[in-house]
Design a protein around this ligand. Structure first.
Ligand SMILES: [Zn+2]
Ligand SMILES: [Zn+2]
Length: 224
């Protein structure tokens, strides 16, 4: 749904400030260095920001999450707009997987599932798993470690930290399934699970009422 008036105004204000600041800077510098043509460039920069601000504020998407009712969007940096076409994203409040499509925010539907897509999900502190195979839901007969897609050992830290982040070591599977969940540490140090299957992601979320994402020290990447 379109963002409310105050939200629109806030976005517009940001662009007006940016426009005045940057445009003013260009205008002043231009006037001093080039003369009147320079001033004109500065005014054009100002105008551009006003135009951009107007467009952005009137296409901002703002809607409640269908799972947790937390408010989504409403800022330029959220990346959600009324013009989105099947844009998939994670709710920043409850971590459910959502779709922004034609001015609506809704839960993922079968038709949205993309072939060979990996669904990311935070590893939660003291996270648990259901007692069923994470892929098909029959009673689990074994627990297996999620493999990392990065070089080296699992980036779990040590001691109590590793224990609390240790859900990645106990992924439940039946005899027919394995290796459908991977683990990845992003550049900010966040520990993520990568699910090959959307249903498996939902099973993990359902088993975790308390959802506090694991964030560890930033990974040291070998310079390449
Ligand atoms: Zn939510
Ligand atoms: Zn299974």
């Amino acid at each position: 749904m379109p963002a409310g008036g105050s939200v629109k105004l806030r976005a517009l204000r940001t662009f007006v400030f940016l426009g005045l600041f940057l445009g003013g800077f260009f205008a002043a510098a231009g006037l001093m260095l080039v003369g009147e043509e320079g001033l004109l460039v500065g005014l054009m920069v100002m105008g551009l920001f006003l135009l951009l601000g107007g467009t952005v504020s009137f296409t901002l998407q703002q809607a409640p999450c269908p799972y947790c009712q937390g408010m989504l969007g409403g800022t330029f940096t959220s990346g959600l707009t009324l013009r989105d076409e099947k844009q998939q994203f994670e709710c920043p409040h409850c971590f459910e997987w959502l779709v922004s499509h034609k001015a609506m925010v809704r839960a993922l539907q079968d038709e949205d599932v993309v072939f060979a897509m990996l669904y990311t999900c935070p590893v939660f502190w003291n996270g648990g798993w259901p007692a069923e195979c994470i892929v098909c839901g029959v009673p689990a007969s074994r627990r297996m470690e999620a493999k990392t897609l990065q070089a080296g050992p699992l980036p779990l830290g040590t001691g109590a930290v590793a224990d609390a982040a240790g859900a990645v070591k106990r992924v439940p599977y039946c005899e027919a399934h394995e290796a459908q969940v991977f683990v990845h540490q992003d550049d900010h140090g966040k520990l993520l699970l990568l699910f090959t299957d959307y249903g498996a992601r939902r099973r993990y979320l359902a088993a975790n009422a308390r959802r506090v994402p694991v964030k560890l020290a930033r990974p040291k990447r070998a310079a390449s």
